[in-house]
Structure formats: structure tokens, C-alpha cells
Write a protein that binds this ligand. Sequence first.
Ligand code: ATP
Ligand code: MG
Length: 448
Amino acid sequence: MTHDEVGQPPLEVPAPPVTLPTDPATTQSSDPAPTAAPADVAVPPVRSTISASLAVVEADPVLRDQLCVSLGDGVSPFSTIEEMAGRLTGAVPVVTVLGPSCSEDAAVDRVAAVVEQFPMVGCILVTEQLTTALLQHALRAGIRDVLAVSGGLQPLIDAIQRVSVTLEHTAAVPSAVTPTDTPPVAPVTSVPPDEPHRGQVVTVFSPKGGSGTTVVATSLAVELARRSSRPVCIVDADLQFGDVSVGLKLTPVHTIVDAVAAAERLDAALLESLLVTHEPTGLRVLPAPLEPAYADQVGAADLTRIIETLRSFCDFVVVDTPSYLNDVVLSVFDVSDSIALVAGLDIPSIKNVKVTLQTLRLLDIPDEKLLMVLNRADSKVKLDVNEVERALQFKAEVQVPSDVCVPQSVNRGEPVVTHSPRSGVARAIVGMADRYAAPVGSRHKRRR
Ligand SMILES: Nc1ncnc2c1ncn2[C@@H]1O[C@H](COP(=O)(O)OP(=O)(O)OP(=O)(O)O)[C@@H](O)[C@H]1O
Ligand SMILES: [Mg+2]
């Protein structure tokens, strides 16, 4: 890294520890005068250093100074994104905090151009008012995170750290597909007026990879299929590395890419013909693309249209997702009746779930839509369920124990609910299904 990557004033490279006042009120002060950082600034508890350089872009000089002061030493201030871009060589990661003046559509578009040219720039937008439209526009533009000013300083520190880590990964894997590759969101196709049926959409998501999302989604779908008179379908929306088919030992003939290709004439009958059936349980599966390169052929509007069509003839559509938020995943959330958030008993997972909860609330997704699933809930890791619930301020309604039967079932290509029906894992997932549909043999369906 060079000291003048972003030119004058030079960035400290690697950036010094991000030392910030712990009191978020510092950033929300009504006093517009820039304040010096207090001498006894506390190091934030989550992580005190980032390896990327740090820049602030904000047209308003007072706000710009406040942001820089809040973030500590070694931050390079710029009034426009172009001014910053003029100092970049593209060789080193730069986390860029965009101030509220960058929230306008035209400014977001200008950021998109810079991010496209310099993939090593990771932007976080801090805005006065966070709306779904702005979030989707920003994510499509390649902005990594959007935060409300009112959220205080800690979420910004967390986001800076996350983006810094992601940039390091991007540097290591230059071919990674970014959310900027996804096409724009179009309005969701409505269900035809002559089709009264509207199955429930249950999305399973974890903001941390390897948390058990696919295990939970697959077994939940299988269990719901056992209980339903109409078809139940699982959609593998982990578009790059989806492994639902592998987990069910299925060889896909068609994938979600074929459904997108047939978008013009996509109706229930055509879509049904593209599904592969898991013969032992009758579960219908819409597999992910066969190769990561096809992922960007599936946009947010495509996926929501497919889900809406599926729910017209299915009792349940279960959606398995990747472990990051992009406009595809956010659009799936929008059409979901329930979102199961899978958390693990480790600090990074809990932190990410907390950030996700915050994001979902900012997007006006009501808590009633959310179901917290704590996976490997009995692990002996010096954190217990109560601590997690306290940290998240959310009850873990479903607790799935850790059990070797899970990897065993995955390796056999069998859902754990049929592979080890007596295990605690299967019982927890059956209990989860109880929230959505009555057990086999009951006459009435129970809904949340
Ligand atoms: N309760 C559990 N007990 C033991 N092992 C588990 C449990 N849940 C998940 N696993 C194991 O963890 C691994 C990851 O699970 P899974 O693929 O479902 O996670 P994921 O969140 O979908 O990951 P990815 O981010 O890769 O999509 C699997 O090998 C699985 O066998
Ligand atoms: Mg998965």
C-alpha cells in the first residue's frame, strides 16, 4: 500500500486503529461545529482496527468534519466521490463513508460508476432517511451498506469493519460476482385475479455462511410437504453456490435460469414442468444455477415473479438464500410471509444477525414476520441461549441442537427429518413446521 493512494491529504496506510467516541450522541449532536475527538476516546469493543484505508465523502463541510472526527485519525475527507476517485490507483482497499449528501439518486449513480471502476472501494452510505427504494438503489449501485444517521456510531463502525473484511476477500478472489451485477428491480407480477390460492412463502436466511440455512430450509420444506395437500416447493436462491439439489441427491434437469429464460410465457404449468421432484417425499425443487457465472442472469424481479407464480399452486414456497443481503434477497424478503433467521452461538454470527434485524426493521419488515432459529444451540462454547437472546433482544423460538446426524444426513443426500427422525434436530425442525402447518392427521392448520 502507498501513502498517497487517495492523494492529499494522504491516508494512513494501513489505517490506524479506528478510535471512536463510545457515545453515539457525538454524531447526532445538534451543534454543527466540528468537535475535537475526546482525549479519552474508547476503542470500540467489536474490533478496533481495519486494514483498509478510510475516506469520508460529504459535500457539507460541517458534516464532513463531524464524520471525520467521529471516525478518528487517519480519515481522508473529500467533498465529492469524483474528487476521491481522482486520487485512486485502484491498488488498495478503501472503505468510503458517504455522507447524507450522497443519498440523492444522481449521487448514488455517480458512486456506482466509481465502484465499478474501482472494485477495491467499498462504500457505506449514511443517510438521513433510509427507505427501501434508497437501499435497493444503493445496493444495485454496489454500495455495501446503508445506515440511518439516527442509528448512531456503533453500526457505522461495525459496517466499516465488515466492509474492510469483504474488501480483503475481494482482493483475494477478484472474480467474485458483486451485487452490482444484478439487473434492476421491476414491479412484482401480481397473482392473476382468477387464481385465488396464495401459498405461504417462508424464507430461510442467515447473515453468516455455514450456519445451517440449507439444512433447516431443506428439512422444513420436506416436513411441510408431508403435511400439505398441494405441492410444496423449495427454491434455491443461493444463486452462486446453491446446494439444495446436492443435499437431496437430485440431478437437476432444469434450474432457475430456465425459469428466467422462459419469463415471457411463464405460468404455473410451465413453471411446474421445470421443477424436479424429490421422489421419497414429493417435495418440488427449483434448483440454483449449475454454475456461479449464471447467477447474474437471475434478477430480483425474476425471482419474485417466480415465487409469486409458485405460490399460486403450492401450499408453501420455502426459499433457501445466500448468506449476504443484496437486492435479490431483499426482494425475496418483501414477498415472504415469514423469514426464519438462522443464528449460531458465536459472536460474529450474533453480530451479523443483530445488524440484519436492524436492517429489516429499517425496511419496515415487522418483527412478527421473523422467526429466530438458533442452530447448534447446545454447543458448549461459553455462550448460552439467554445471552444470545439478550444480545439480540429477540427470542430464539426454535433451538436446533448440534448433532452428528446432520453432516451424516447431508453426506447421504437425505434431509435430516427423514434420515434421523428421532433426533433432536429433526424434532426441532418438525416443531418449526408446526408454526406454519398442522401436523399430519390434524384437521385444522395452525398459523402463526
Ligand atoms: N445442528 C447441526 N449439527 C451439526 N452439524 C450441522 C448442524 N447444522 C448444520 N450443520 C453442518 O454445517 C454445515 C453447514 O450447513 P449448511 O450448508 O446448512 O449451512 P448454510 O448456512 O446453508 O451454509 P452456506 O452459507 O454455505 O450456504 C453442514 O455441513 C452441516 O452438516
Ligand atoms: Mg446454504
